[in-house]
Design a protein around this ligand. Structure first.
Ligand code: FMN
Length: 216
């Protein structure tokens, strides 16, 4: 069994300089480091891509921002993303990045464990957006942790760079550590799944099968 530390990509799906989600991402990165993980803390601007356009893809290929995201996803065992909620869903920027990145084969999201977090000034903490974000990620084969963390009234929730309320802080840390334990276990005990299939249940057919075998 390898004793190599777990490698985790952490980023906020936000571009704003004073982003609350960026603050939460920095905090989750610190908790993960304190728990022994190797953290790759990224910025959303590292993954800058134009709006998805199949003609642009055919002419110029997949843009560098999506390649960078793919490379950092596959270099890590797991990912943690803190995403704002926009209009009860995820921001278009993160969906657009997922769409571009999903065009790579092998499918870079497949088999990656993911933890979803959000921060919002609202009482819901942006949690509805995470239910939306979960859908494309799970469709692409990621194993999204059931317990998501949404920081409500986030503009008032921090005391310096930590969560002010001690009970909430303990819940947050427990949530992150539970996720890291699962990702750690999965790193040493990989599941038997051998292929990502774009549309389960489609009649199999040579030529148009969208099946992406996972190299053993
Ligand atoms: C277009 C838009 C839509 C928004 N919709 C929601 C929403 O549905 N729910 C919510 O809690 N906050 C919503 N907000 C407020 C954001 O949660 C708030 O601006 C938050 O600080 C954004 O994240 P950031 O601080 O990481 O940039 C919205 C903000 C914008 C700009």
């Amino acid at each position: 069994m390898s004793s190599e530390p777990l490698k985790v990509l952490v980023f906020a799906a936000a571009l704003r300089a004073e982003s609350l989600n960026q603050k939460l991402a920095a905090l989750v990165a610190r908790v993960a480091r304190d728990s022994g993980a190797n953290v790759d803390l990224a910025m959303m601007r590292d993954f800058d891509v134009p709006l998805y356009n199949a003609d642009a893809e055919a002419a110029q290929g997949i843009p560098p921002g999506a390649k960078t995201f793919r490379d950092r996803l596959i270099a890590n065992d797991a990912f943690m993303v803190s995403s704002p909620e926009y209009n009860a869903s995820m921001p278009g920027t993160i969906k657009n990045l997922i769409d571009w990145t999903s065009r790579f084969r092998a499918q870079p999201f497949d088999g990656k464990h993911g933890l979803l977090l959000s921060a919002s000034p609202s009482l819901g903490g942006g949690n509805r957006g995470l239910w939306a974000l979960r859908i494309p990620l799970e469709h692409l084969g990621s194993r999204i942790f059931p317990d998501m963390f949404s920081l409500a009234m986030a503009h008032k929730a921090f005391e310096g760079d930590r969560i002010a309320d001690a009970t909430l802080r303990a819940r947050f840390e427990k949530n992150v550590q539970a996720f890291l334990s699962l990702a750690e276990a999965a790193k040493h005990y990989p599941c038997m799944k051998r292929a990502w299939v774009e549309f389960l249940g489609e009649p199999p057919g040579a030529g148009d099968d969208r099946v992406d075998p996972v190299p053993s």
